[in-house]
Ligand binder design. Structure first.
Ligand code: SAM
Length: 330
């Protein structure tokens, strides 16, 4: 279960959440477009999240990924991770972060029992990093990455490539892949999906990327080892400490094996990225039902059973989700 703990983010990636809060309101106070910061009361509290995860664990959900927005901008993120990690039945809690605040929160996250971290990093070039994210934060991210590795936390790098004049990082794949040469981490390339602002960007196909990687490293071999629970396909390069992974939502259909379910920060359950969620768990928790955990279990189970057969990224007119990744919980 992927759990978004906030919609707020300290970066403004051009393909994810380019809008800045202070540029959204017009003189009448109305929002012109895009994202608005939800009131705190719209977001699930830690206690509500514990209640939902308790119900999910009773159904057999064992692994949680904490996401956002940027989860580390939620002040109680580390504490929350500790609380969820202690729920009976939960075997693994991992975090996906842009890494800007990772160094600061690492001790608290380790103390809380965090099992692993995914770090979003689209380029190792400081100028392009700033162009893509709107912040000169690459040194802070690399510091967080190194400290996480030194602390013994398993690290995966997630990179989204794009060929767009606004932040063209297509050629950065080789420098990103090279991270796995000297460091014991996995570098994964994620195809851009037509979600939110991402719909305005061209996907760099992982099929093409794999071809380029093969040309560069003819000894590249499929990695037989199991790396996680997700749809990534991994390869090894002799002499590399880490592996290279591909998450190909566009060129490779992995829907049949998708075991993900998402919970948005405002409490909506989403069985597929393409379709707007209709199950409002917050409403169930806040209507003082006599047996909330029982009802939660039922609606979560129903939602999983009704998970759509496959996404419809190729026919966007069928998509009922119009929010961006930072609102859905990427
Ligand atoms: N802030 C956290 C982070 O950076 O990992 C968690 C949220 S962020 C939305 C999660 C991931 O979604 C990032 O790696 C980002 O690059 C990716 N992402 C955002 N929009 C996307 C899109 N349209 N297609 C594919 N990945 C996308």
């Amino acid at each position: 279960m992927r759990i978004s703990v906030t919609e707020a983010c300290n970066l403004h990636c051009i393909y994810c959440r380019p809008e800045r809060e202070d540029s959204l309101g017009d003189a009448s106070g109305r929002r012109r477009s895009g994202w608005h910061r939800p009131d705190a009361s719209e977001l699930l509290t830690s206690e509500e999240l514990e209640e939902i995860v308790g119900a999910a664990a009773a159904l057999g959900i064992r692994k949680l990924k904490i996401t956002g927005g940027e989860p580390l901008v939620r002040p109680d993120c580390a504490d929350l991770i500790g609380r969820l990690r202690r729920i009976p039945g939960i075997e693994q809690v991992t975090l996906t972060t842009n890494g800007v605040l990772l160094s600061e929160f690492l001790p608290a996250l380790r103390e809380a029992g965090l099992d692993a971290v995914n770090l979003s990093l689209d380029t190792r070039n400081r100028r392009r990093y700033a162009a893509i994210t709107g912040a000169d934060a690459l040194p802070a991210v690399l510091k967080g990455m190194e400290e996480a590795l030194c602390s013994g936390l398993p690290v995966k790098i997630n990179a989204v490539l794009q060929q767009d004049p606004r932040g063209d990082n297509e050629a950065d794949w080789s420098e990103l892949a090279a991270l796995a040469k000297d460091l014991p981490l996995d570098v994964r390339f994620i195809e851009m999906m037509p979600i939110g602002s991402g719909a305005g960007f061209l996907t760099v196909s992982n099929v093409e990327l794999l071809r380029k990687l093969r040309r560069c490293y003819p000894n590249l071999r499929p990695d037989g080892r199991k790396h996680g629970n997700g749809p990534a396909v991994y390869y090894r390069i002799p002499g590399f400490l880490g592996s290279i992974g591909f998450i190909s939502a566009m060129s490779g259909r992995f829907c049949a094996g998708c075991n993900r379910i998402r919970l948005t920060a405002s409490g909506v359950l989403k069985p597929c990225l393409c379709f707007g969620g209709t199950v409002d768990l917050k409403a169930i928790l806040r209507t003082a039902h006599p047996k909330p955990r029982y009802i939660l279990r039922q609606v979560i189970a129903d939602s999983i059973r009704e998970k759509p057969r496959e996404h419809c990224f190729e026919t966007p007119e069928q998509m009922s989700e119009c929010a961006g990744m930072s609102t859905i919980g990427g």
